[in-house]
Design a protein around this ligand. Structure first.
Ligand code: ZN
Length: 400
């Protein structure tokens, strides 16, 4: 009996060491990732800005909807707006001509900018940089010469929706006019980043603090240029994709990214991976389940809700507004301590490991770590195979 116990202990020690060696990068990253002390929720919405004037009306409706709610500290729900600052000015571009840009301004988009500023005044909107354009202009121009659908799109710009461009072309930081996509020239990237940050400052009167890379494809070089331009936070899907492969799919994925992790240039990452697109059938009930899991993991829930949910038919728009309303109603009942934050504020909390928001004690951090590791399929399988599932489950129970 005693021998059996000794063998069991040796087995657990040896297999535990092997599991740790195998997955040490993930285990350490999950341990380092801050554990939030209370539920945090943010609605992240991209693609606003350049394009049709009709966006202004629905933004006004969203302001009114969000302003009706507040958390226990009196903060209103925040919808971050990933802003696209310009698009092609199709009327000015003749075949064979150079690219011409229409930048949003009080002249072209007065009501839209008014709606945004009414939301930022009420602290229900927070503007983030999505990009000067939602494409790389030379790639768009090259594609328009050989793809009739792109040519037609260009002719109807600036009113056309970039969401209707072929998906690879919506990536800003690669040349996807050919596939696999080509890497951009670093000098052109630097210039483009300077231009977009300066344009954002002109339009909104402040440097963008947070950037959301279009289609989540960006490179180390772009990141360095953003950092040099004063941007401190990148919204990620939990990985960095650097290009598009021969079939146009995002490719070149690096290691997993965790909330509060810093890049080499000091930029802080946050992870947005809850998809709440009501027009695609995502419901408030599903979103609440996703929030429940984030709470267990000690992570914030960043809901991705693009502008396309609110454009088009009234029925689609109203359905999206209704789902957001239902979600806000439900989460405030289920989680009385829930906090509404902006992504910029969340990133500051994570970076500083603010003790008011982030667990400092070993017990709660260990509890969250075990729960987080359970979400990793290969690790979970290894824990079952080696028997580590039993001691891990015990520690999880005891620290809960
Ligand atoms: Zn986008």
């Amino acid at each position: 009996m005693e021998i059996l116990l000794k063998l069991l202990i040796v087995w657990l020690l040896v297999s535990g060491a092997m599991i740790f060696l195998y997955a040490r990068r993930e285990i350490i990253a999950n341990w380092r990732e801050p554990v939030l002390r209370r539920p945090v929720m943010i609605i992240e919405s991209d693609d606003w800005g350049a394009g049709p004037a009709s966006q202004a009306v629905v933004l006004g409706e969203i302001v009114r909807l969000l302003a009706d709610f507040s958390d226990c500290d009196g903060r209103q729900p925040v919808m971050t707006l990933g802003m696209v600052l310009a698009t092609a000015d199709g009327a000015l571009i003749k075949p064979g001509d150079n690219y011409q840009r229409q930048l949003i301004s009080t002249r072209t988009h007065g009501p839209l900018l008014d709606a945004i500023s009414s939301g930022t005044d009420k602290e229900v909107f927070d503007v983030q940089l999505h990009g000067m354009e939602h494409f790389w202009p030379p790639a768009l121009m090259a594609a328009s010469e050989c793809d009739e659908s792109v040519r037609v799109w260009l002719d109807s710009a600036p009113g056309a929706l970039t969401e209707e461009l072929p998906s690879p072309l919506q990536s800003r930081w690669v040349d996807a006019s050919v596939l696999p996509a080509r890497i951009l020239n670093s000098v052109e990237v630097r210039q483009a980043v300077k231009e977009e940050v300066a344009a954002f400052q002109d339009i909104f009167g402040c440097t963008p603090g947070v950037v959301v890379p279009p289609t989540f494809i960006w490179s180390e070089a772009v990141e360095q240029d953003w950092s040099a331009a004063g941007i401190g936070v990148i919204v990620t899907p939990g990985r960095r994709y650097e290009t598009r492969d021969e079939s146009g799919k995002p490719a070149g994925e690096g290691n997993l990214i965790h909330n509060g992790q810093a890049g080499e240039n000091g930029i802080v990452y946050v992870v947005r991976d809850v998809y709440f697109e009501p027009s695609l059938g995502h419901t408030a009930a599903q979103a609440q389940d996703a929030l429940a899991l984030k709470v267990e993991l000690g992570r914030p829930a960043l809901f991705e809700t693009h502008r396309f949910n609110f454009l088009g038919t009234d029925e689609k728009k109203n359905q999206s507004l209704e789902q957001i309303k239902n979600l806000l109603q439900d989460v405030l009942i289920t989680y009385p301590s829930l906090a509404f934050l902006s992504t910029g504020k969340l990133a500051r909390i994570l970076r500083n490991r603010d003790p008011e928001w982030v667990e400092q004690g070993l017990r709660r951090r260990l509890h969250a770590l075990i729960r987080r590791l359970r979400e990793l399929p290969r690790l979970r399988k290894l824990a079952w195979l080696t028997g580590w599932i039993v001691p891990a489950g015990l520690v999880w129970k005891l620290t809960g």
